[in-house]
Design a protein around this ligand. Sequence first.
Ligand SMILES: *[C@@H]1O[C@H](CO)[C@@H](O)[C@H](O)[C@H]1NC(C)=O
Ligand SMILES: *[C@@H]1O[C@H](CO)[C@@H](O)[C@H](O)[C@H]1NC(C)=O
Ligand SMILES: *[C@@H]1O[C@H](CO)[C@@H](O)[C@H](O)[C@H]1NC(C)=O
Length: 342
Amino acid sequence: MAAHNHFVPISLLLGLYFFFLASLPALACDAGDRAVLLKIKARFQNPGKFTSWNESTNCCTWYGVKCNPHIDDGGRVTSLNYWNDGAASEGLSGRLPDELGDLPFLSDLSLANHTNLYGVLPLTLTRLNRLSFLYLPRNSLSGSLPSFLTQIRSLTFINLASNKFSGLIPPEFSNFPALQALALQDNNLEGVIPSTIGNLSKSFLPLALLLTGNMLSGNIPKELLAANWELLDLSHNKLTGDPTALFAANKATKYMDLSFNKLEFDMTGIEFPVKLITLTLENNMITGSIPAQINHLNDLLIFDVSSNQLCGIIPAGPVMDRFDNTHFFPNKCLCRSKVSCL
Ligand SMILES: *[C@@H]1O[C@H](CO)[C@@H](O)[C@H](O)[C@H]1NC(C)=O
Ligand SMILES: *[C@@H]1O[C@H](CO)[C@@H](O)[C@H](O)[C@H]1NC(C)=O
Ligand SMILES: *[C@@H]1O[C@H](CO)[C@@H](O)[C@H](O)[C@H]1NC(C)=O
């Protein structure tokens, strides 16, 4: 009987304990953060997806909102994440509100595919000294790329792709101490790539730089060529000059796309990074012949050198044999074998 008498309060205690654990994810929202989110909702004119953003409920449960799971900072908003996968009219419209800078625990700001989200990046973002992910692709943001972003020392990932940013890449953009990826593709950026950008690769690897689909011109700076990129996409620009310093067997590069530029170099003596998985060089002015070392790129899955000025025999081997003629032709006088050269 005594044991049974004890059982009841213990199970009650356990029940309370599990109730307490279960309630952890729904930490009460910080009142200040909730007020800021409600202002942001109003600035966006109460978008349909934000009906759960109701002041009588816990803001940590609102659509697109996440709070810090650590009890010490519990209830502070750490993530605001809304990828619009529906019609443009269902997404956010208006400018990025200044109030975004008033969420001091924010580490992830991800708003993507909102065609009606326009205007410049607000200066108030510089107050977000915990921001790690600035992920704003496929919107209609415009203006120049602001060098003030470098004041956010915590940034590890910047994606501003497929917007309407214009002007030059600021030389200051080398100065992100923890950056691992900079994606600026498919904007209206022009001018030369600043030579300082090579300094980016002094931060952590793996490092990705995507500048494809802009109007960048001039030679690729030697500092960028010397750096060690895991992913480098400079395709679809107006870049000139000789990029051979990018190629060395011991570089870490896995993905390289230099296609659709005006690059001029002799490929004959080149050693490609042996970890390459994709290598696309089509539509340039590359001369010489394909080096036999290319058959050492065991991981190579995507390859294209078509529409260049290459000559000579394609070195037969386990890697080159993976690709049919469309990956090599047209070229100046390239051929599959001695017989087809005649
Ligand atoms: C918030 O939720 C309460 C209770 O569910 C509801 O009565 C109220 O209309 C909601 N407010 C708004 C602004 O949606
Ligand atoms: C992006 O938005 C468009 C409408 O503006 C929609 O058709 C498309 O499916 C969305 N794309 C993704 C990947 O969500
Ligand atoms: C690039 O790095 C070098 C060496 O670390 C440094 O001297 C130089 O000031 C840096 N340049 C920029 C623009 O950050």
